[in-house]
Design a protein around this ligand. Structure first.
Ligand SMILES: [Zn+2]
Length: 80
């Protein structure tokens, strides 16, 4: 079991929404696997997931059309 880097409480596996603010708007990536602290809510992504998030955001930034300020992406579909 992982311990939280902030309060040392136990982390548990959860599915979260990751939000990235960019110049053009907001990118929301849903269904992201993460570890979440049961005490303080600190969220931690594994190296693989963090790398995927970066890739998804990069792709979304370049393909985000003018006028759509919010882009909602399903993590599980983007990785598959
Ligand atoms: Zn914590």
């Amino acid at each position: 079991m992982m311990k939280c880097g902030i309060c040392k409480a136990e982390m548990e596996e959860a599915t979260v929404s990751y939000t990235e603010d960019i110049e053009q708007g907001v990118i929301v990536i849903r269904h992201v696997p993460a570890q979440v602290c049961t005490e303080c809510g600190n969220t931690w992504y594994s190296g693989t997931v963090a790398a995927q998030l970066e890739k998804i955001v990069d792709k979304a930034v370049t393909s985000l059309s003018i006028g759509s300020e919010v882009s909602i992406i399903n993590y599980t579909k983007s990785v598959a």
